[in-house]
Design a protein around this ligand. Structure first.
Ligand code: ZN
Length: 170
């Protein structure tokens, strides 16, 4: 397993729309393992393939609490099929926007259709932190970031800060 470098704001890759996975094979499963390892190492609770530079509709999540056993979840070509009118607010962060957190309101529960790492179709009913995390990660597959759900002023401030930091690194 390999820890992959993370793509950081304002890298334009983060705005790219990811393409469907066509085949669930050993190569894809290798990528799944690398993504899980990268997510645990960070540490984070979710990671989309585009965050390691792969524009494919694939994401991994583990929302197990500290001290609990790992519960890795894999979603290939995920699609939200229902979402509740009821909404909830969570403070979100993102491995591609390190050390920045903001409250985001999203549907409180959703159902997601996807394919698992064995190529089998699965439907996941999610609420709580899993619902928020899934929506955050599915957004990544569409080039959307959680800062797109906050005020324009706050968004522009964080983009400016990261753009400046990226320039200083060169
Ligand atoms: Zn993210």
């Amino acid at each position: 397993m390999t820890i992959k470098p993370l793509i950081i704001l304002p890298d334009p890759l983060l705005r790219q729309v990811s393409q469907p996975v066509e085949r669930v094979d050993s190569e894809l499963n290798q990528l799944v393992d690398d993504m899980l390892e990268t997510m645990y190492e960070a540490p984070g609770i979710g990671l989309a393939a585009i965050q390691v530079g792969v524009p494919r509709r694939l994401l991994v999540i583990d929302v197990a609490k500290e001290g609990e056993d790992r519960q890795p979840l894999v979603f290939i070509n995920p699609e939200i099929i229902t979402s509740s009118d009821e909404r909830s607010v969570y403070e979100e962060g993102c491995l591609s926007i390190p050390d920045y957190y903001a409250e985001v309101e999203r549907p409180a529960s959703i159902s997601v259709k996807s394919i698992d790492r064995h190529g089998k179709e699965q439907v996941t009913d999610a609420d709580g932190i899993l619902a928020t995390c899934l929506q955050h990660e599915i957004d990544h597959l569409n080039g959307v970031l959680f800062i797109d759900h906050i005020s324009r002023l706050k968004r522009e401030m964080v983009i400016k800060r990261f753009t400046k930091a990226a320039r200083q690194k060169i």
